[in-house]
Design a protein around this ligand. Structure first.
Ligand code: PEP
Length: 253
């Protein structure tokens, strides 16, 4: 298994100048990135500023979204190649905010995943249930469907290049994180499904991250939960101090 992965999703926060300064703060705090892989996902308009701020450090860059076409009349969209040339090695796909607010379907997300992977980006594929779905006992069914559809066009031997983020919708930005037991169980289900789809060897390569109200105070418990290979951090990644404190939980594991 690769190193644990901690991703900061800045969502729609920060101008390029603000993003530069936040990235500099994180860079300064992470003099030696050891035992953990760190990736920042600023808004598209700040990718170049963050790339400059991180120069010379092994901190990765991710897009928050991508379109599946290489180029063309797709106003407002960004291609995998554009992300690659902006310094990105990763891209978040299927974030619940895009599913819920922008109406992205599982099929849509599948196309993005295929295109990102084909271009050489590592997709961070987000899945997760709503509170109602959890209460109905459908969590496994929902994340299973989201994964199966998104991974449909991916060959078996490429599945290991995809990182999965389990992000229960009810935990995102709410201050209410899933418990370590809930997370470990969902991650087990995800790993089992990956094994079914791609075999043990490929399934073991994907990192399964947890995301949803991760804070410095709960990050230690979440990082130590069985089956957790990293964290996807939203709100708490917007301050260098809190993000660094979360990353440090992995350095000391
Ligand atoms: C996210 O946006 O992926 C996320 C997990 O947000 P937050 O940490 O703020 O809940």
């Amino acid at each position: 298994m690769a190193l644990p992965l901690v991703v900061g999703n800045w969502k729609m926060h920060g101008t390029p100048a603000e993003a530069f300064s936040l990235a500099r703060g994180i860079r300064t705090g992470l003099k030696r990135v050891q035992g953990v892989e760190v990736v920042l996902a600023p808004p598209f308009t700040s990718l170049s500023a963050v790339y400059k701020a991180l120069r010379g450090r092994s901190i990765g860059l991710a897009g928050q979204n991508v379109f599946w076409q290489e180029q063309g009349a797709f106003t407002g969209e960004i291609s995998p190649k554009m992300l690659l040339e902006s310094g990105c090695g990763f891209v978040i796909v299927g974030h619940s905010e895009r599913r819920r607010i922008l109406g992205e379907s599982d099929q849509f997300i599948g196309k993005k995943t295929v295109a990102a992977l084909a271009a050489g980006l590592r997709p961070i594929l987000c899945v997760g249930e709503t509170l109602q779905e959890r209460r109905q006992g459908s969590t496994r069914k929902i994340i299973g469907r989201q994964l199966r559809v998104a991974l449909k066009g991916i060959t078996k031997n490429a599945i290991g290049k995809i990182e999965i983020a389990y992000e229960p919708v009810w935990a995102i930005g709410t201050g209410r994180n899933a418990t370590p037991d809930q997370i470990s169980l969902a991650h087990q289900w995800i790993r089992e499904l990956l094994r079914k789809l791609a075999g043990n060897e490929q399934a073991a390569k994907s990192r399964i991250l947890y995301g949803g109200s991760v804070r410095p105070e709960n990050a230690g418990d979440l990082a130590r939960a069985p089956e957790v290979n990293g964290l996807l951090v939203g709100g708490a990644s917007l301050k260098a101090e809190s993000f660094l404190s979360i990353v440090n939980q992995f350095i000391s594991i």
